[in-house]
Structure formats: C-alpha cells, structure tokens
Design a protein around this ligand. Structure first.
Ligand code: NAD
Length: 343
C-alpha cells in the first residue's frame, strides 16, 4: 500500500512531515479529524526502526485520539505527533522546532506530552507555539484524572456484573504500578478491593503496594492467569491476544492501558469467552478530558471532574449494548465514537 492509500484507509485530513536538520528534528504530525473541533493529541518520541513504522504508529494513534476525544464528549478532534529519535538525543532545540511544526496547523492541532516527552519538553515547545495543552501551571499532570476515570469505569463494570458497584471484597489484578497503576491500586484498596499486582521496574512502588495496600505480588507473566474478578492492565498495549486469552480467569478487563486488544479477532475471542471489557479509549479518557479543556475553554477543575465521572455511564452503556447486540465492547465503542464524529 502506498502512503497516500494508507492515509486514505485511516481517513486522515492531513499528514505532514517535518525536517529540521539543525535542530535534529525528524517528525510526522497526523491530523485525523477536526469535525468536532481542533485536534488534540500528544507528541511521542520513539526510535522507530523505519519511517514506515513511524507513519503507521502516528496514523493509528491519531485516529485513536479522534475516537477518545469524541467518546469523552469533548468538542475536539484527534491528532498525534511523532518525533523519530532516541530519547537520549532529546534537545531543547528539537522541541522548539516541533513547536514551529505545530504552528503550521494554525490552531487546528494542539500538542501535549506523551511517551518519552514530559512537561519540560512541553515548556520548550511553548517557547515557539501556544498550541500546547496539559501545561504544568494549568491542567497539570493528567494521571490523577486518568485514575479517577478508570476507577469509575471499574465500578461500572462491577455494577454490570454484580448489580452493585461496591468493590468491597472483589479481587482486582493490576498490571503495572506506574503513574496510573499505583494511584489506581491505592484507590481500589481504599474501596475494599483485594489486590494482585505486578510491575517490571520500581521495586519501591511494589514494596509500597505489598506493605501498605496488602497486595499480593506475582510475576509479570503470571498476572494473566491469576484468579480475579477484574484484570486492570495499566502498563502495555496488546495484552489481550491469542496467547493471553486462554490464560485469563478474570470475569472482566478494565484498565488504563491504550490499545489493550491486539486485534478484532482477540476482541471477539474475549467476548466468546464471556469476559467483559471496558473499552480502553473510553475508560482511560480522564487525562485528555483534563488536558483537552485547555484547548477550547478556561480550565475549570469542577467541570473536568463532572465529565470524568461520566465515564461510569458511558462504560455501563457500552457493556449493555454489547450484551444486547453480541458485538465486542471495543467495536461498540468505535461505532459510538464514529457516530459522533461523522454525524
Ligand atoms: P508509566 O510509564 O508511569 O507506568 C507504566 C508501568 O508499567 C511502569 O511502572 C512499568 O514498570 C510497568 N510495566 C511495563 N511493562 C510491564 C510489564 N510487562 N509487566 C508489568 N509491568 C510493566 O505509565 P502510566 O502513565 O502509568 O500509564 C500506564 C498506561 O496507561 C500506559 O499504557 C498509558 O499509555 C496509559 N494511559 C495513561 C494515561 C495517563 O494519564 N498517564 C492516560 C491514558 C492512558
């Protein structure tokens, strides 16, 4: 498939390549859709093996942002930027040059931090562009809002499963104890859930979870097969796949990670096994609801929280619709988002 055919398949409005040799910038910005408003999506820095890999990633991620922003009820479209570089090559000049690249969209694209980019890098971008959200002194770190949304989504799943959204006594397996996973584990513990956890770095976080939250530690390959009510992936994508599905003993999957389901066949296999699934881009939308507000109005934490708590209702609706139609929850979620974008 040629690049333009690939772009057409994903339905993008615009894809632009940027080269600034002096600043060491090689980047692609993909503007997927602006039907609902200016497009928001972070800037990922990754040492892609090839330009094709970078294009594939930015197309997939930017379409995902259109779905996430629409499903969150935001007046925002979806986009994403990728910088092709090793994290060790990061410079201030690189991000200043990325800011200039963002300016070429004249307000149709707002960037933010993402994998391998942080608030410091966003500050360098702010020297050359005003189109940055998630600023430190405005909406700040999105992770606590992601935790709130994932927690609400998990309660909605519990309600659908058990007729009550109490998590008291439920066993929840949390994969990954990073910014979201650890905060979620704390919140789940406060709600009376029993925890099983794994993490592949940060011994301190693991020790805290075991000592203070009463969590049971398991190995990173063991987590898929543990007996639990809910498996909460908060580390990697594609963890629901042909290798893990036969191992699952959970009743539902609901966590923060992006692109949890490997492909459509995995989504169907999960459904056939009778495991409920809270669609990733709906349950993990708290962070973008928080940061995205900067792109269209004055930041107001109360309004953000109101919208984040609505994740409970949307997740519940997706589960109901899936049960009614027999379609996997991820398919229902995509159809819902696209019905808002292309209405
Ligand atoms: P993070 O990098 O802070 O934490 C990820 C954690 O997962 C780390 O502690 C890491 O050691 C662990 N991990 C990595 N591979 C693992 C493995 N194989 N087994 C067990 N643990 C493993 O990231 P985060 O900000 O907490 O985000 C977690 C996930 O949620 C990511 O997939 C991210 O894309 C997604 N997400 C995050 C936000 C947010 O606001 N931070 C918003 C939406 C989605």
């Amino acid at each position: 498939m040629t690049n333009i055919e690939m772009i057409r398949t994903y339905g993008h409005e615009q894809v632009a390549y940027f080269n600034n040799e002096k600043a060491g910038l090689k980047a692609i910005i993909a503007l997927h859709n602006t039907n609902l408003g200016p497009a928001v999506g972070g800037c990922r820095l990754w040492p892609y093996a090839s330009e094709e890999d970078a294009l594939f990633d930015v197309l997939r991620l930017s379409r995902g942002m259109s779905h996430k922003n629409a499903a969150a009820g935001l007046p925002l479209g979806g986009a994403k930027g990728v910088i092709i570089a090793d994290p060790s090559e990061k410079t201030e000049a690189m991000f200043e040059a990325f800011g200039e690249a963002v300016n070429t969209f004249m307000g149709k694209y707002y960037t933010a931090e993402d994998v391998n980019t942080d608030t410091k890098d966003a500050d360098y971008m702010l020297r050359t562009t005003k189109y940055v959200v998630g600023r430190e002194n405005v909406s700040g770190d999105p992770s606590p809002f992601t935790v709130i949304g994932v927690y609400d989504g998990i309660r909605a799943v519990a309600n659908f499963m058990n007729g009550s959204d109490s998590l008291e006594g439920l066993t929840i397996a949390v994969q990954g104890l990073g910014k979201v996973g650890l905060g979620l584990a704390e919140t789940l513990h406060e709600a009376g859930a029993k925890l099983i956890v794994c993490n592949n770095s940060n011994r301190e976080a693991m020790q805290y979870a075991v000592d203070k939250l009463g969590a049971v530690e398991v190995g990173k390959d063991e987590i898929y097969g543990v007996e639990c009510d809910i498996f909460a992936p908060c580390a990697l994508g594609a963890v629901v796949n042909s290798k893990t599905i036969p191992q699952f003993k959970c009743k539902a999957i609901a966590g923060a990670a992006n692109n949890v389901i490997y492909d459509d066949a995995a989504g169907q296999a999960l459904k056939d096994k009778g495991i409920l699934y809270a669609p990733d881009f709906i349950i993990n939308g708290g962070g973008v609801i928080n940061a995205g507000q900067e792109a269209f109005t004055t930041y107001d934490k109360e309004k953000v929280l109101e919208q984040v708590h609505n994740i409970y209702n949307v997740v519940y609706r997706m589960l109901e619709e899936s049960a009614k139609t027999g379609k996997p929850e991820g398919v229902i979620a995509t159809e819902y988002a696209e019905s808002l974008i292309y209405k």
